[in-house]
Structures are given as C-alpha cells and as structure tokens.
Design a protein around this ligand. Structure first.
Ligand SMILES: Cc1cc2nc3c(=O)[nH]c(=O)nc-3n(C[C@H](O)[C@H](O)[C@H](O)COP(=O)(O)O)c2cc1C
Length: 476
C-alpha cells in the first residue's frame, strides 16, 4: 500500500488502532511535546498522536509520533503492523534493489489551495507552533523535507537533494537552518556562497510516510530521494513543481515553503534538544528568507519529539540508516551479512561479516566510517562473525565478551569527522573513532586459542518448537 500523502497514512493508522485522537483541550506547552515524549516511554506499539483542541489556537491540527513505533514503521512501508523489526529491515533492503523508480509528475497538488507571498508571508498564521523540549530556544520545524539543487549542475535530477534539516522559526518569514557539513545541502550551500549567491530552497512539511523516511536517509550524492521513495513504496513517488523555485517537491505535502538561504549570513540558532539526548547549544547558523508559502486548507502540522532515546526519531532513522550502510558496504565487501546502526542515529554500528583473510573485519569497519553516513556519524564499529545476528544484542555481547582481546582487537583512530552534535566529540565536530573486532581470527591472524565453536545442535530448532507447543498445552 503506497500513501500519496500524510492524511492517507493517518487514516490507515486510525483503522489499525495506531492513531490516538486526544480530544480534551490541552496546552501547546508542555502538553503536546510531553505526550509525544511519553509515547516513547509506554512500550512497543505506541500510536501516532492527533491533537485538534489546543488552547490558544483555532483550527490547529497537529500530528505527532507518526513513525513512532515499529508497528507504525511497518505500516508506513505497507507491511502488516506486527512485522518484526528484523523483517522490516530485510524487506527494506529487498526493495532498495528496485532503485531507481522514476517519479510521477502530477498537477493540482493539494497545497496549491492557499498561498502567501512576499510581505504577506506569516508562518505563525499557517502553523500552530510550539516548543518541544523545555530548554529549546524557540519553535522548530524538525520533520520537514528540504529540497535544494546543486548550483553547479541545477538540471541534474539526482543531485537535487531532499533532506531533513531542522529549522528554527526566527520570524514570521525567517528561519535558521542547521546543515551538517557532511550533508548534501551543505555542499549546495557552499557552492552558492563561494559565488556570493543565495541558495533557493523548498521546505515541505507533512509528507507521506515514505518521503519522511527517504529524506533522513544517507544516500549517495547523485542518488535521487524521489527515485528511492518509488523503490520503497513499490510505486512511483508523486511529485509536483513548486511554483516559485520550480523545484520538484512531493505532490502530497501539507505545506510548501519556498525561499532562499541567504548567502554568507549567520545568526544564532538553538539551543535544541537533539537525537543524542543532549541540547545542541546556541550556534551561528545560516538563515532562510521565506518568499512564498503554499498550503492545504487546514494544514496538518506534523512534528517530531526528539530527546533521550527511544523517541520517534529512532524508529524513523533505524532501518533507513542500517540498509544504506549494508548496501554500500556490500558493494565492495559482499561478505557483509547485516548492519545494525539503530542506536543514536548510528553513532554506533554493529556489522556481521564473513572474513576473507586476517584483518578483514577491521577493513570493513574502516569502510563503514567513510560511507556518507559514517563520515558524520559512526564513532564506534563493532564487527562480529557472520553467524552472530547484529540485531540480537545478547549474541553481540557474547561476541564482545568471548572474542575480544583488547590489545589488538580494539583500534582507536584519532581526529576524525563527526557531527558537532556528538556530545563526546573534542572539539565539537572532531572525535576519535573505535573499531572493536569481535570476530574469530582467521589465517594469517593466528592470535588466541579459539577451538572449534559450539553451534546450536541441529535438532535444537525442532526442540524449540516442541517445547513451545508443550508449554502452551501445559498452560492451557
Ligand atoms: C528528525 C530529523 C532531524 C534531522 N535534523 C538534521 C539537521 O538539523 N541537520 C542535518 O544536517 N541533518 C539532519 N538530519 C539528518 C539528515 O536528514 C540525514 O542524515 C540525511 O541522510 C541527510 O541527507 P543528505 O546527506 O542527502 O543531505 C535529521 C534527520 C532527522 C530524521
């Protein structure tokens, strides 16, 4: 099932019991964010949250925690809601192979219903803005898909980027944006600023659930997020032409904001409670001037609570980080079996691999650190044997405790790049990175005294099924 817009997905969530409407009046702060924060604390199967009775707002429609459970993530991919997470990742990887699927251009985008332009632009009249964490420096748009083009090659469809970058509302027509240097929009901005030019952008809010997943996905620079969305949806992604910039934007967005990142201007942005479970602090960031806003009548404002994991962000960027890493590694090392980069947006990655020869696992780990995602995020790579499931943490811990001889199996590489947000970096943006090789040494690596490994007995699988059957009979 492919959803063309957020509303279609919300109605499926409701039918599946995965959307909760809160009808009593709530305060914009702290209730909205506290409820979304709480959704991450009530265990598996948490629903999306819908608020339309918010004190001080008329006609507010707010959706939170839309991807905020494995059930919702499965439904976003059109899978049954009880699909186990490992199967979701495997299915994601299978669909990846259909890339690229050309998008379908459509007319009559619903966001053409209303427009504000020039001096009439007033975001406060369009969006019911509220703060997320109590130390945040202001209101944020933190689940937008931002579209920009390569100023050196604006006609290249694949180099047109769609990415999620947080935006602080600093005026009725002004935003501050945080482009992490390793990300594509930062490359676009650098190219524009070198020429002293503004960078046009289109900011799309309230998108179909697969668009939100691909916008936060570490793909190659010239790979199109729309063509990836088509592969993941199993149907071409519907796109439309944004009226001011002419950019390709999702057909089904609730709101499309167009304007420019103003060349060589910076302004204090933040603090903002981040995915690392820490505030980012206030830093000088580029600023956006909004020239046009297009929006559906009574737009749904979609937002996402961020803070100490797990939050919606962890579900949203779990599989979409694991699968690109798996595919990018396998392109050079077909021995790689699986990648778990679920924790804190992949600051730690667990990789299982067969070994070609001694030292191979460390080479795989170093490659992971130089993938698009690894450059800015991965600080620790834990490599395990091919028969260890990276998603089964007790197995991973077994490998750590039985296979690692720290003197040679732990490698620390100094002064590598990482997002400034990584709290342990020193200075911000630079960190040492660690490889933990928890694989069994192979020739010519003769270290250790590893004897023949014990494997589950061939009959254990049948016995597990038998025990479960007997147990359920005994328990009635
Ligand atoms: C909710 C959310 C917020 C994000 N905020 C930012 C941000 O403020 N700045 C940034 O550079 N990346 C941010 N990211 C990460 C990027 O969207 C992600 O790494 C993406 O792969 C970047 O793609 P790109 O390299 O094609 O630009 C965020 C991701 C999510 C899911």
């Amino acid at each position: 099932m492919a959803y063309d817009d957020l509303r279609g997905f919300l109605s499926t969530l409701e039918k599946e019991g995965q959307l909760l409407r809160i009808t009593e009046e709530v305060l914009p702060e702290p209730d909205l964010a506290a409820a979304a924060n709480a959704a991450g604390r009530i265990g598996e199967g948490a629903p999306a949250l819908w608020f339309d009775n918010v004190k001080g707002f008329t006609d507010a429609r707010i959706a939170l925690n839309v991807h905020g459970s494995w059930a919702n993530h499965a439904l976003a991919l059109g899978l049954p809601k009880h699909t186990p997470v490992k199967e979701q990742v495997e299915e994601f990887a299978r669909r990846w192979d259909a890339f690229p699927v050309a998008p379908e251009r459509r007319e009559d985008a619903p966001w053409r219903e209303n427009t504000q332009e020039g001096d009439d632009v007033d975001l406060f009249s369009v969006l019911p803005l509220f703060r997320l964490n109590d130390g945040d420096g202001g209101f944020y748009l933190d689940k937008a898909a931002v579209v920009s083009r390569d100023p050196e090659d604006p006609g290249h469809f694949g180099k047109q980027n769609v990415g999620t970058y947080r935006l602080q509302v600093i005026g009725r027509n002004r935003l501050a944006i945080q482009p992490v240097p390793v990300h594509d929009i930062a490359l676009h901005l650098r190219a524009a600023e070198e020429k002293g030019e503004d960078l046009p952008i289109a900011i799309t809010l309230g998108n179909d659930p697969v668009m939100a997943i691909v916008a936060g996905m570490p793909m190659g620079y010239d790979q199109s997020e729309y063509e990836m969305a088509g592969a993941l949806r199993g149907a071409p992604a519907p796109i439309a032409t944004a009226p001011l910039t002419g950019f390709d934007v999702p057909w089904g967005s609730e709101v499309v904001i167009e304007g420019v990142i103003e060349s060589r201007k910076r302004q204090i942005e933040g603090p903002f409670g981040e995915f690392t479970g820490h505030y980012s602090g206030g830093r000088r960031m580029p600023v956006v001037r909004i020239d046009r806003v297009s929006y559906r009548t009574n737009p749904v404002f979609e937002s996402l609570y961020l803070g100490m994991p797990w939050t919606e962000c962890d579900y949203l960027v779990g599989p979409n980080t694991c699968v690109p890493l798996l595919k990018q590694l396998r392109a050079e090392f077909p021995e790689v079996q699986a990648v778990n980069a679920m924790y804190t947006h992949g600051l730690l990655a667990v990789i299982s691999t067969r070994k070609r020869y001694g030292g191979f696992a460390k080479a795989v780990a170093m490659r992971a650190m130089t993938t698009p995602h690894g450059l800015g995020y991965i600080t620790t790579v834990l490599v395990v044997d091919e028969d260890v499931d990276p998603f089964d943490l007790p197995q991973v811990m077994w490998a750590m405790s039985s296979k690692v001889n720290p003197a040679d199996d732990v490698v620390v590489l100094p002064n590598l790049s990482v997002v400034e947000l990584a709290p342990a970096a020193q200075p911000a943006g630079l960190t040492s990175k660690m490889i933990i090789d928890a694989t069994t040494p192979v020739h010519p690596d003769a270290r250790g005294n590893f004897s023949t490994p014990t494997k589950d007995l061939p009959e254990a699988k049948d016995w597990a099924a038998r025990l479960q059957r007997l147990l359920s009979e005994a328990r009635g």
